[in-house]
Design a protein around this ligand. Structure first.
Ligand SMILES: [Zn+2]
Length: 243
């Protein structure tokens, strides 16, 4: 762990990292640090230039009274309500913007029924929750199912697994047979990448896999179940090497 800086949020690493303070002139900015704007009420801040000791990214910070940040968040909330309506209207007027779903609904339903769990069942042990399959709906991402604040994009998950399985089939046809572990790992990865947040915005990376689960509050999608399901459904199971 690098030393020599206060741990603050690095916008490039997207986590809190030790960052050193450097002069704003290092970024071609004026050297003075006390700034105010009074066009919409008084906003005053203390500027610092920081450099992340992990990735070397340089960025400006503004130290303000915390009330300004709360104000920013509440303004964003209000704006987002307005934008949500506009975004909905844009998508309604232009159906071609929506992902053209090609995965059969029946396959999506069986996928969810085979992989969904209810983690906090009264019995004390997780139980399968096939009923989530009935809650699949068509979003602009294709088939989707909501789990609290997150949405599992089952159509995209299956589509990406299908591409990966086809690549494995091509490799197999050339005589190089993949192992079950390899195929399962690729499927698990694609499934963990098909999650959107409450705004319907797909996460840019992969949703964390906890043990074998994408945990959404009290519910989960089991990625090992997903691998078994896709391997069995696709018929590739009979070709794979056991390892
Ligand atoms: Zn960084």
């Amino acid at each position: 762990m690098p030393k020599g800086g206060v741990t603050i949020y690095c916008p490039k690493c997207e986590v809190f990292r030790p960052c050193k303070a450097i002069s704003p002139t290092a970024m071609g900015m004026p050297s003075h640090r006390r700034w105010t704007r009074s066009d919409f009420g008084q906003v005053a801040w203390f500027r610092r230039c920081r450099q992340c000791l992990t990735c070397s990214h340089k960025f400006l910070t503004a130290e303000v009274e915390e009330a300004r940040i709360r104000e920013l968040v509440s303004l964003r909330e209000r704006l987002s309500e307005k934008y949500k309506l506009q975004v909905r209207a844009i998508r309604r007027q232009r159906p071609w913007l929506r992902r053209n779903e090609t995965v059969p609904l029946d396959l999506a339903r069986r996928f969810v029924a085979s992989t969904a769990w209810w983690l906090t069942h009264s019995s004390g042990s997780p139980v399968r929750a096939p009923g989530h399959a009935d809650r699949i709906y068509q979003s602009h991402h294709g088939w989707a199912v909501d789990f609290g604040a997150n949405t599992f994009l089952v159509g995209k998950a299956i589509e990406r697994c299908t591409i990966a399985i086809n690549e494995f089939l091509d490799v197999t046809a050339s005589g190089q047979v993949p192992t079950r572990t390899e195929v399962a790992a690729a499927i698990k990865k694609h499934v963990s990448g098909a999650v959107a947040n409450v705004e319907g915005h797909e996460y840019s990376g992969y949703y964390p896999v906890d043990n074998q689960d994408l945990v959404f509050g009290a519910q989960s999608i089991d990625v090992a179940d997903a691998a078994s399901f896709m391997i069995k459904e696709s018929g590739i199971a009979e070709l794979l090497l056991d390892a």
